[in-house]
Design a binder for this molecule. Sequence first.
Ligand SMILES: NC(=O)c1ccc[n+]([C@@H]2O[C@H](COP(=O)([O-])OP(=O)(O)OC[C@H]3O[C@@H](n4cnc5c(N)ncnc54)[C@H](O)[C@@H]3O)[C@@H](O)[C@H]2O)c1
Length: 366
Amino acid sequence: MSAKMKIGIIGCGNISKAYLSNGPSFNDIEIVACADINMDAAKAKAEEFKIKVMTVDELLKSPEIELVVNLTIPAAHAEINLRALNAGKHVHCEKPLAITLADGKKIIDLAKKKKLRVGCAPDTFLGAGLQTSRKIIDDGWIGKPLAGTAFMMGRGPEAWHPNPFFFYQTGAGPMFDLGPYYMTALVHLLGPVKTVSACTQASFPVRIAGCKEHFGAKIKVEVPTHCSGTLEFWNGAMITVVMSWECWKHAHSPIEIYGSEGSMMVPDPNGFGGPVKVYRPGNENWSETVLTHKYAKNSRIIGAADIAAAVKKGRPHRASGELAYHVLEIMHAFELSSKSRKHYVLKSKCDQPAPLPTDLMEGMLD
Ligand SMILES: NC(=O)c1ccc[n+]([C@@H]2O[C@H](COP(=O)([O-])OP(=O)(O)OC[C@H]3O[C@@H](n4cnc5c(N)ncnc54)[C@H](O)[C@@H]3O)[C@@H](O)[C@H]2O)c1
């Protein structure tokens, strides 16, 4: 590997700007090229960020590129991940790793066979908010985690999003679109999940687009839009989860963990910062803690930077394919449990990712 791992981005849509802007902040990576099936989108990003523009085929064939960052739409994730691995490159993918479990497994197996790294978003758990939350648990401030809640609820994106259709198709819905942030954060905090028991529903079979581009268009709902369940973790904790686009307003915090010695409010896992709040008996109320770690600002791409640092050091990377595959199985488990009216016992298990040190220099990962 060169001093900085050379990255090629495939997929130059909305989220690519964050990756391209944040890339230069990390010492071990350099974004050198981008590609998209829409060449105009790729050209625009290449010009703005002064990198090379390539077709997808050229990028995959380029000997310079060691790591592909896959920012395509979920339906194309598996195909691009597999093509990158087959081209001999490491790959870091936006969430989810794939849509089906079978495709997810193919990706993990191929990477193992080729001795290449697979990483996957979200990497927000490497941010200051979720690293501080992890430290509070690991250092025993709330005792043994016993239970908790994870709530992501809203009315859905069709009122404002310029292209709302895919949100209600297979591979999306509240669970697959936003669930990865919550499930990844929970596995980071508590370790792997043993069983899921859940009920799911779609109360509105048709939704109506509100954006000017598609005003009044009917959107067929193919996925559950309210998923409610309980995760039982291998460490014994039980977490109540609701991922819903059937709720106008609520007053729950994103994640709360209840331990034998206290409680903790965890910040929004779709972000990098705080606040982290802790309650211990004897205090009148919650106290906001200082953030113990770096990366409180948007640092999307940090997961790919961690791959580069991990390859250099010969250690596992944190936002790993195994973690993402476990999260994918948890998300599928909600509907499988609901349909079968039974607890779903997970087949996969992953290591809890190593916490980051508190004394990192800006731009570094260890
Ligand atoms: N937009 C956000 O705020 C956001 C936030 C977090 C994560 N994400 C995730 O990032 C990914 C991309 O989201 P986005 O909002 O940038 O989507 P987008 O639709 O704006 O961009 C996706 C881009 O991928 C390209 N593309 C699609 N299929 C391709 C293929 N087979 N080969 C090459 N290029 C292909 C499209 O032409 C498009 O330019 C999704 O997985 C999404 O879940 C998005």
